[in-house]
Ligand binder design. Sequence first.
Ligand SMILES: CC(C)(COP(=O)(O)OP(=O)(O)OC[C@H]1O[C@@H](n2cnc3c(N)ncnc32)[C@H](O)[C@@H]1OP(=O)(O)O)[C@@H](O)C(=O)NCCC(=O)NCCS
Length: 193
Amino acid sequence: MILYRVKTISEYKFSNLEIGALSAERQERLIKIKSDDEKLRVALSEILVREVAKEILGISDHDIFFATGDGGKPFIVGHPDFHYNVSHSGKFVVCAYGDSPVGVDIQEKRPQDMRVAKRYFSIDEFKQLEKIDDDTDQRDRFYELWTKKEAYAKLQGISVFHTLGVSLPEGSEICFNPLDIHPHYSGHTCVRS
Ligand SMILES: CC(C)(COP(=O)(O)OP(=O)(O)OC[C@H]1O[C@@H](n2cnc3c(N)ncnc32)[C@H](O)[C@@H]1OP(=O)(O)O)[C@@H](O)C(=O)NCCC(=O)NCCS
């Protein structure tokens, strides 16, 4: 079973966060980030994963070491049955977790960019999207496809750039679940069924 947990960045102040408890890599990364919101998203991303891991695995911060798979997907060393994935956008950070591999993506819904759709979506997906007359419906479909594609790529631990132009898988092998976080955001988790 896959669960998820969300943090809203507006509830936190960067200066109050315990940055010293984070991995050295994340601390270095944080130093280079200028935007206050991005700093919060990137810090809260690891804080959220640690919170979940400590609770589910019954371990402490000192026992948490991160590594990445071949395609760059992060995991916690020594706990092969604990699976998680993180996504952050706008005001939210989400961590999906469970006992099987998972991918998650959330996106703040801004006006849809059809050039992005043409580049990332398959020809069929793009044609279907173009046919949607209502602008809000088209934007919703754009973000549905986007977050499904990202979540699917992240399930596999690869960048979405490897799935350029490829249609989403059909059938029962892959299962997507929508995340209802906020009306202005779209999100999905993706697992193998
Ligand atoms: C690396 C990638 C996963 C980043 O995706 P993103 O949408 O920019 O960012 P998200 O917030 O959803 O995900 C970031 C998290 O994914 C995780 N992640 C990084 N590489 C990953 C990989 N190869 N597989 C799975 N998860 C990965 C990390 O936990 C990261 O969190 P962190 O930044 O706090 O370390 C990748 O898919 C990418 O580069 N996407 C480009 C975005 C784009 O142009 N999309 C077009 C839409 S169709």
